[in-house]
Unconditional design. Structure first.
Length: 319
């Protein structure tokens, strides 16, 4: 079985770069203005976070699914052009790559959206990427809750935890309607328990727990599962990092239409900060105040930069 290759990783030398493994959905967004299509862009949050990190020359690979169709080719090419490894993208043949049609008004404010997808009956049939001690695994979105793939995806996350990788989880409920929260909440709680850092928007917390954010939400809903929680409160224009009794915050600015793009940039910023400041697995249990400040400020910066670019990725250089 292909997964066996991942069970015997070669020990890293000290000069080897830590790797990033991103696990999420491949989806194309097509925008309509007054019912006429005018723009298409890769739409999934983890996908765009991975592309931003690859664009900044971090060593990263993507785990996910894209049909062997033209849309799948576009998304895989998008990853490749942004230096993201795609050897763990399942190119299934008996289905279509997800597409979302987003209808906006004259001012580009979203009115509604419609999604189309048809996956293969065989879920996530990929060779697992090599995962070593202190590598970073980032995953999330509705894709991480899909019962079709959750068992196999969760096996990868458990393996990453066994390998002592740093695990970042972003629930990213976004615009995805949750038909029955009772069915998916157990999977969300499982994912939270596996994570070293959880990154949310206030709307995620409201969908999952009924409250939008703040220290009360961290203490009541998140800290039991994960000590590190970074939450974007767009209404209060604040990004906050909670760790045990400590809090660090940064100011953010983002319109309601760009919150998904901002979140992808912020997630990439968190991951890049962990690498830039050499945060290892053993250090994630109790961050000091200075490191929390470094991480939350970079996340806010990268989120802000992503919404200013035409490709909606973090640019090559910080402003």
């Amino acid at each position: 079985m292909a997964d066996i290759l991942a069970l015997f990783p070669v020990k890293k030398n000290n000069d080897e770069m830590r790797k990033i493994i991103a696990i999420g959905e491949c989806r194309l967004d097509i925008f309509f203005r007054n019912n006429a299509p005018w723009l298409s862009l890769p739409g999934a949050t983890i996908l765009n976070a991975a592309a931003s990190l690859g664009k900044r020359r971090r060593e990263i690979s993507f785990v996910g699914e894209a049909a062997a169709d033209h849309v799948g080719d576009m998304l895989v090419e998008f990853l490749t052009l942004n230096n993201v490894g795609t050897h763990s993208v399942d190119r299934f043949t008996d289905g279509v790559t997800p597409v979302t049609l987003i209808f906006t008004d004259d001012h580009d404010c979203e009115r509604h959206r419609v999604s189309y997808e048809r996956y293969s009956a065989q879920s996530l049939g990929v060779v697992w990427p090599r995962i070593d001690h202190d590598d970073i695994v980032v995953f999330g979105g509705i894709y991480a809750l899909d019962q079709r793939v959750h068992s196999r995806l969760f096996d990868i996350i458990k393996y990453a935890r066994e390998r002592k990788a740093v695990i970042v989880y972003a629930p990213d409920m976004g615009h995805n309607p949750v038909i029955n929260m009772t069915h998916v909440k157990p999977s969300i709680l499982e994912n939270l328990e596996m994570a070293d850092i959880v990154v949310t928007a206030g709307s995620d917390l409201k969908t999952i727990f009924g409250e939008e954010g703040g220290s009360n939400s961290y203490n009541r809903d998140i800290s039991f599962y994960c000590f590190n929680h970074i939450n974007a409160d767009f209404d209060e224009s604040t990004l906050s990092f909670y760790n045990r009794k400590k809090t660090e915050s940064a100011e953010i600015k983002c319109s309601s239409e760009m919150r998904g793009v901002w979140l992808a940039g912020a997630i990439a910023g968190v991951v890049d900060a962990l690498l830039k400041h050499d945060v290892l697995k053993e250090a994630t249990g109790d961050f000091d105040q200075e490191m929390m400040k470094n991480i939350v400020e970079q996340a806010a910066l990268w989120g802000g930069m992503a919404i200013e670019t035409t490709d909606r990725l973090v640019p090559l250089n910080d402003k």
